[in-house]
Design a protein around this ligand. Sequence first.
Ligand SMILES: Cc1cc2nc3c(=O)[nH]c(=O)nc-3n(C[C@H](O)[C@H](O)[C@H](O)COP(=O)(O)O)c2cc1C
Length: 338
Amino acid sequence: MKDIFDECQLGDLKLNSRIVRTGTWETETEEGGFLSPAVYDKYERIAGSGTGLIISEMFVLDRKDRFAPYSANLNYLGFVKEYKMVTDICHNHDVPILGQLAFFYYDDGDNQKAEPNDLTSEGIRKLQAEVIMAAKKFSFAGFDGIQIDMGNNFYLARFINPYFNQRQDNYGGSTENRVRIASEIIKVIKKTMPGFHVSIRINPWDVRKDGMTAEESIRVAKELEKAGADSIQLTARTISYLYDGKEKNPFLVYADELIGSLDIPVILGGSLRDMKSMNDVLNHSEVEFMSMSKPFVAQADFLADWKANGEGESICQSCNNCYSKKTSTCFKYGVNTD
Ligand SMILES: Cc1cc2nc3c(=O)[nH]c(=O)nc-3n(C[C@H](O)[C@H](O)[C@H](O)COP(=O)(O)O)c2cc1C
């Protein structure tokens, strides 16, 4: 029987549980981008309560990016010093942490919002160099790896999606070509930074005509694995993986197929709220790793109670106000300190 609190391996990373605290922006920085004491406190509570892996909030490449006002900036003065304290907090609890990079727009030097089709070959090289530099910076700050967000509607999600990418060069057309921009990045990171975990967040599918299909996203994941990616995390807008005891929902069917097609681990998440149904999913599918975001916003250390009691349900009401307000404080419970 699998259990969410099993010790396990995610690639080279040793985890104390199967639970991943997934990317969740903090918006609790002080003037100039410096971290407030509340951020350290939150990491202490998340890492100290039974979380297996933490993925940081998203870091953007450009201060003008769409989500920049709410998320952290990799280029602020205190980044390495302050995040070294954050990663030390996690490591003191034996919890690995990945730095997440996500950007919506790309400024190629000529065009502040160069869409995938507009990007020149020099622009592609610039983008790749910046992502690789971001990985180096994360490693200077003690992160165990990087997660590159190629899901939702972020820039790289559009780049790999046939609906958006109509490039006629080596970076458009076939799956291999559309994914090449990321494959080349992964290969350089894996070659120059041994042991540094590279995780990629992707969408299972979208609903656009001629967009991402389930079959295509599995092909994308295989390309990413071939390039050296260490794990894949799925994201989507409104999903629930809950197992109803009779029929598997379509995401679990997809997840099983994806997991069966890859040798690297896959992390599922979205709307997971109670230990019993999460263990049901673990034991009725191939799923081995599960992520949560909003439950940690409602109560940063709820997993400690679940672990102690052998059961539990998040107090999160899934109202999504934390997302709408673009803060990571809970509308109902505020900053929970119980
Ligand atoms: C306040 C808030 C901030 C978020 N920030 C990020 C982020 O920085 N990076 C990311 O990939 N996803 C982010 N997400 C999406 C979550 O990672 C997650 O995919 C989504 O909330 C669904 O999971 P859940 O039902 O467990 O909350 C955020 C979600 C919320 C509610």
